[in-house]
Design a protein around this ligand. Sequence first.
Ligand code: CA
Length: 366
Amino acid sequence: MTMNRRKFVKKVGVGAVAVGAAGLALKPKRARAAKAKTYNWKMVTTWPPHFPVLGESADFIAKWVEEMSDGQLKISVYGGGELVPPLGVFDAVSSGTVEMGHGASYYWAGKHAATQFFAAVPFGLNAQGMNAWVMAGGGQELWDELYARFNLKGFSAGNTGVQMGGWFNKKINSIDDLKGLKMRIPGLGGKVLAKAGGNAILVAGGEIYTNLDRGVIDATEWVGPYHDYKMGFYKAAKYYYSPGWHEPGTTLECMVNKQKYDALPKNLQAIIETACARSTIWALSTFEALNEQYLQKLVNEHHVQVLTFPDDVLAKLKVLTNEVLTEMAAKDPFTKKVYDAYMAFKKNHDAWNVISEERYAKLKHL
Ligand code: CA
C-alpha cells in the first residue's frame, strides 16, 4: 500500500493526496468493522444496584469498556440478587454462568484465605501501597496465580482509601471495652476483634442499619464519611471512631472468567484492564474528594462525635493482628507465600513512606 501510495502521490501531485489519503483511511476501518466479533457480556456484583461509588464503579467499567471498544464489548451490570445472590458472584464467574463480577476479594476468604491479601489486611498497606503492590510490585502475578485455580482473572477496580474505625454507642477507652461487643466487622478485622474478646457478626450491607438501630449489634464498621452518611448510621450511633485499622486501603475487584478472558482478542483484554485501572483511580479519587465534606455534615448537621481509638488499644489490636495473620499463613503454603511477599513489600514501602509521605504529612502545620 505504501508503494502504491508513493506512486500515486508522484503521479497526481499534492492536491489530490488529501482525497486519496482519506479514501485509503476509510477502507481498512470498514473492513475491520465488518470482521470484528461483538460480545454481549454480563457482570454480576456484590453491591445493591448503582450503589454509590462501589456499584457505580462497576457501572463505569461497563460504560468505559463499551466506549473504548466502540461497542465491540457490551457489558450488562447486575446488582447483588438480581441474577445471583451478592455472595454468589465468585461461583457464577468461576463457572462461566456469567463472564464478569465486581466486589472485593476478601468476600471469598471461604474459597481461599489468600484472597484477603488482595482486598485489605488490618494494619496493612494503604491505597497507595496496594496499588503499588498489585500494579508494580508483584501482587498481580500472585493474584493471577491464585485466581487461575478458580478459572478467574482478577483486577483492581477501586479503592476506598483508609476507612473509618466504625460507629459505636459507647466509648472505647481500653481494649477491655471491646470484650463482649457485638460488632459488624468482616474478614480479618473480625478475627482480630474475636481475639480481643468481641463478637464479630456478619450482617449484609442492607441490614446493618436496622440491626444497629434495634440493638442486635452494638457497633458497625462500614467505609468512610461519604458512604456511611448515605447509609444513615448517624441515626443509630453517636460515636464515629478513626482510624479504620482493619481496612487501611481496601481494594475493590473486577473479576473475569479466565477462559472467556483468554479467548478475547488482545484489544478487548487491554480495554478491560484499562477500564479497571481507571476505576481504581476513579473510586479512590471520589472518596478522597467527598469524605471531608461529608464528615463535616455528620459533625455539624447530625452532631456526631468523631473520636480516635487510643494508641494502646491500637497497639494491642496490632499484636492480635499479627497472631491472626501468622496463624492463617501457617495453615496453607500458598497463603504463606502471599503473606511473605505482602509483608516484604510492605516493609520496603513503609521505609520509603517514612522519608516521603509521612515526612511531607508533618509539614501541614507550616
Ligand atoms: Ca469496611
